[in-house]
Design a protein around this ligand. Structure first.
Ligand code: SF4
Ligand code: SF4
Length: 145
């Protein structure tokens, strides 16, 4: 039987911290539609530009502005949120995968790194979460190889 390499435990750690959530154009359109607002309003009210890319803002508690005991915009969340923890660093580097287990309790330490990579790549391909544009896609996403 295949061991599940990751199952979210809803701890919220990955929704905390300044500025990791890059918003591509695809993300903006999807999230604005989910919220029932225009892309212009989404950008002006909920994002900040840094390093030439738009990022979701954080609240005073340093959690993502949409975090409310879990993701408050789950169906409309950005690609980078969908891709976690199958980020490039965790897929290409076994040490990163080991270290990040302290941060993300959803990663199953009983599944080995090769299994995590196999399931992660399959998930990213199936969910259309591969890096498609170096100028706008989050660096954390892997490209198809
Ligand atoms: S850090 Fe991991 S377990 Fe916690 S909410 Fe994020 S994905 Fe889920
Ligand atoms: S959009 Fe949702 S999943 Fe992404 S950081 Fe914000 S609260 Fe977390």
């Amino acid at each position: 039987m295949t061991i599940e390499a990751f199952k979210c435990q809803m701890c919220g750690h990955c929704c905390q911290g300044e500025g990791g959530i890059v918003m591509t154009q695809k993300d903006q359109i999807r999230l604005a539609a989910h919220l029932g607002i225009s892309v212009e309003k989404l950008v002006s009210d909920y994002t900040q530009e840094r390093g030439g890319k738009l990022h979701l803002t954080s609240g005073k508690d340093e959690y993502c502005i949409f975090f409310k005991e879990g993701c408050g915009v789950h169906p409309g969340r950005p690609d980078v949120c969908r891709a976690w923890p199958y980020f490039r660093g965790n897929l290409v580097d076994e040490i990163s995968w080991q270290m990040v287990q302290d941060y993300c309790p959803g990663i199953n330490p009983n599944a080995d790194h090769a299994e995590f990579v196999k399931q992660g790549r399959e998930y990213l391909r199936n969910e259309d979460l591969l890096r498609y544009d170096p100028d706008t896609s989050p660096n954390a996403l892997i490209s198809e190889d």
